[in-house]
Each structure stands twice: as structure tokens, then as C-alpha cells.
Design a protein around this ligand. Structure first.
Ligand SMILES: O=C(O)CCC(=O)C(=O)O
Length: 256
């Protein structure tokens, strides 16, 4: 394996907290290029798209025909939209960080999970409750990393992520989840866990790496500007999706 990109301190931080923010990994030109590409996919709207009405999250419009129901929430299949997404995943800094966190050069991006641009519009954005990304994924081992590219300020006000540090190491009983595998907020023991959450503040060009088992959530966008965040899920070639599951539907994309 090639030499280390991250410091030992950063690798330890990821191990302890389950997430790591690397600042200014994407330069301004690339951020602008990504924003231009995303706007071009929104106007006119290019399918496949998941709308606010489809997610059924708190605050989402009841149906596609309801007011705001057709507000885009995720532009799906990002890798099929433009080579610019391959470009950011292939940056030596991004690959270097992933190599250090997953301890191998053989890195694959799932086309079945994330592989999207999260869009959060003022007015009609819903909240995402506390969850682990792995909840609907089926791989040999729960050792995947989500890579979140920030293209502008992300904070509590515009629906930025909140993460519970160290929660990827917790083993919680099934009774602590609702039937969609979100943490039940009516339980005091869950509330105590949620009280430990940190707001993740990001700026344009920052990249957030987070473990597939770390609990995270996000609110609605209360500002006047939409927020766009390309997100991808990375696994290693010795951690295959289980055949016959949704995780195995489309073959992964190699960023070796
Ligand atoms: O931006 C958000 O609302 C969070 C999205 C998220 O955590 C997810 O889709 O897994």
C-alpha cells in the first residue's frame, strides 16, 4: 500500500469518533464546476430524482401533488450524470484518506447507495431522523465509509449534518429503533445518546468521511438558499455486497 496521507492523529480521530472532516480538499474551481453541473441537472430536472414527497420524513409534503411535493431531495445516480463526480472521487487526497481509513488500495464506490446529490431547498425540506447508513445495506462486513462533499457553508441553519461521536461503536437493541430503523426519540436512553451530538460545520471544498454505523441526523433548510451535497459510499474489494440484495444490484465503481 502507498504511503500515508492522513496523520496518525486523524486516523485515530476517525476510529474514536466515527467521522473526520478534511478542510479545503476540493479547490474553488472544482467546487464551481460541481455547482454548475448540479444546477444543470436541476434546470431542467434530469431523472432519476427522489422528491421530498417520496422520503416520508418529518415535514415532507404528503404526496407529489401536494404543495412542494415535487421539490427535489436527491439527484440519484450521480456517477452516471457527469465525469466530474469520478474526478472528485479520484482525487489523490480523497483516495489517500480513504486508503488510510479502510487500510487498502482496493476502493470501490457503490452505485446502489448514496451515489447522489443531496439537495435541500428552503421552504420544503424535511428532517432526517437519527439513523445509521448501514441500516438498509447488505455487505459482508459493516465497514463502509460515506464521503460527503460540501459545496458551500453547511450548518444547523441550512440542514447540515449532526453526528453522535463514537456512536459507531454502540450496540443498541432492536427495541430502540422504530420500524424504519430510526432511533426512537421517545426513549430517555436514546435522548441521552442524542444529547451527545455535535453539529458538523462545513465550508465549500470540505469533505466529511463518516463510518456507516455512526448515528447522524439533519434538520430542514431554514435559509433562503438551497444546499447541494454530493455523497458516495465506499467499500473495499474484500467486502462485497451480499448477492441477491439491493446492495448488489449495480456493480461498484473502482477508484483504485
Ligand atoms: O441531509 C440530510 O438530511 C441527511 C441525509 C442522510 O443522512 C442520508 O440520506 O443518509
Amino acid at each position: 500500500m502507498s504511503t500515508s496521507f492522513l496523520s496518525k492523529k486523524q486516523i485515530d480521530e476517525f476510529g474514536r469518533c466515527g467521522f473526520l472532516v478534511l478542510s479545503s480538499l476540493i479547490n474553488d474551481t472544482l467546487v464551481e464546476g460541481l455547482l454548475e453541473e448540479i444546477r444543470g441537472n436541476l434546470e431542467p430536472l434530469r431523472e432519476p430524482v427522489e422528491f421530498e414527497a417520496d422520503v416520508g420524513y418529518p415535514g415532507a409534503p404528503a404526496g407529489r401533488e401536494s404543495e412542494g411535493g415535487k421539490t427535489p431531495r436527491r439527484l440519484l445516480q450521480a456517477l452516471s450524470r457527469s465525469e466530474i463526480f469520478e474526478k472528485i472521487l479520484g482525487l489523490s487526497s480523497v483516495k489517500g484518506a480513504l486508503r488510510d481509513l479502510l487500510h487498502t488500495d482496493r476502493l470501490l464506490v457503490s452505485r446502489n447507495h448514496h451515489n447522489c446529490i443531496m439537495t435541500k431547498y428552503p421552504g420544503f425540506s424535511s428532517e432526517t431522523n437519527w439513523h445509521q447508513d448501514i441500516r438498509y445495506w447488505s455487505f459482508e462486513r459493516a465497514e463502509l465509509i460515506s464521503v460527503w462533499f460540501s459545496l458551500g457553508e453547511e450548518n444547523l441553519k441550512n440542514g447540515g449534518l449532526r453526528i453522535i461521536p463514537g456512536s459507531h461503536k454502540r450496540r443498541l437493541s432492536e427495541t430502540r429503533f422504530d420500524d424504519r430503523k430510526f432511533l426512537r426519540t421517545d426513549l430517555p436512553e436514546n435522548q441521552r445518546l442524542i444529547d451527545q451530538a455535535e453539529n458538523v460545520k462545513l465550508s465549500g471544498g470540505d469533505v466529511l468521511f463518516f463510518h456507516c454505523k455512526v448515528f447522524h441526523a439533519a434538520g430542514s433548510n431554514e435559509t433562503d438558499s438551497p444546499k447541494f451535497s454530493p455523497v458516495f459510499t465506499v467499500h473495499t474489494s474484500d467486502n462485497e455486497p451480499l448477492s441477491g440484495t439491493r446492495s448488489a444490484e449495480l456493480s461498484s465503481y473502482s477508484i483504485c
